[in-house]
Write a protein that binds this ligand. Structure first.
Ligand code: DOR
Ligand code: ZN
Length: 336
């Protein structure tokens, strides 16, 4: 009998489902494995007000009709955003305001140059009990140093807003990890499957792999190994957010690949294999199903997802995109 792992339907606390063409397929794919997902607001135009949030939730629910899936909403913080806008987003159901430094990633040209630009919004978020989710990269720093270079900004926000709850997204370095570990209880970090599975050498050590290009960029293996050690030992305040970010194959294979890895289809089987190899399979459920929900003060996930130790080859293409680990045979598979 192959080994099986039955867990509640996991939460994905960071996903890009896009808009328009693509949204339905990406949302349905996400809903095959995840029961809830925090959807990112970097669409064009951005999700930055109550009407667009409500319309976006309706579009996702329509796309995933018949599947058990709950989108959790975030709004994009914009320079000069008013307290009233923040409170209206909260009233529309948003739990999170997302901080994108200007120019740091896909559709972040309208992002924030320094936290003073959103002082009013941050105070309103603190008042309303919303969580600040941060893409922590300093765009002025060299590519591999951007995460570490941004940490002083996070430190400043922590001191200026002593009740604000913060998440540093997609941790990719030892420095980011250490910062979260040393921080207060109201600071957490998310980790992606790709930053745990891969390193900079997978991106460019052999041929240049556009489908593995993401922000923050994959780091040298010492960083990946530190992230692995942290999740395998079950350190607190670290949980899963896939940062699954589909871009159509034609765009990824153009001369200038956009940043983003379509990881949702393969993330869970790949993580099961990774944790299993490390003898840490028992740490997977808290990473996927409880630490995040607890930090977000949500009920723990329900339902069931079964992972089984059975060879599964990741398709070469899904939904017009090349998924994470395309064409590779994994030791575990998810029963959909
Ligand atoms: O690689 C990434 N892709 N990182 C991000 O922060 C954004 C995302 C996207 O939207 O494509
Ligand atoms: Zn993201």
């Amino acid at each position: 009998m192959p080994r099986t792992l039955r867990i509640p339907r996991p939460d994905d606390f960071h996903v890009h489902l896009r808009q328009g063409e693509g949204l339905a397929a990406y949302a349905r794919r996400e809903a095959l494995h995840f029961g809830r997902a925090l959807v990112m607001p970097n669409t064009l135009p951005p999700l930055s007000g109550p009407e667009s949030l409500s319309a976006y939730r309706a579009a996702i629910l329509e796309a995933t009709a018949g599947l058990s899936f709950e989108p959790l909403l975030s709004f994009k913080l914009l320079p000069g955003m008013a307290r009233q806008t923040v409170l209206a987003c909260a009233a529309a159901g948003a739990r999170v305001g997302k901080y994108y430094p200007a120019g740091a990633t896909t559709n972040a040209q309208d992002g924030i140059r320094e936290p003073g630009e959103i002082a009013e919004a941050l105070a309103a978020m603190e008042e309303a009990g919303l969580i600040l989710s941060i893409h922590g990269e300093d765009q002025e720093a060299p590519a591999l140093e951007r995460e570490a270079a941004f940490l002083p900004v996070v430190d400043g926000i922590l001191s200026s807003y002593p009740r604000l709850r913060l998440i540093l997204e997609h941790l990719s370095t030892r420095e980011g990890l250490a910062f979260v570990q040393a921080g207060p209880e109201r600071l957490a970090g998310t980790l992606t499957a790709h930053h745990l599975l891969l390193s900079l050498d997978d991106l460019l050590g052999e041929g240049l792999e556009a489908h593995l290009f993401c922000k923050p960029v994959l780091k040298p293996a010492v960083h990946r190994d530190a992230l692995r050690a942290a999740v395998f030992s079950g350190l607190p305040r670290l949980f899963f957010g896939s940062d699954s970010a589909p871009h159509p194959r034609v765009k990824k294979e153009s001369g200038r690949a956009p940043a983003g890895i379509y990881s949702a289809p393969a993330a869970l089987p790949a993580l099961a294999g990774l944790f299993d190899q490390a003898g840490a399979l028992d740490r997977l459920e808290p990473f996927l199903c409880s630490r995040g929900a607890d930090f977000y003060r949500l009920p723990r996930p329900r339902g069931q997802l079964t992972l089984v130790e059975e060879a599964w080859t990741v398709p070469d293409e899904l939904d017009g995109c090349v998924p994470l680990l395309a064409g590779q045979t994994l030791a575990w598979k998810a029963i959909e």
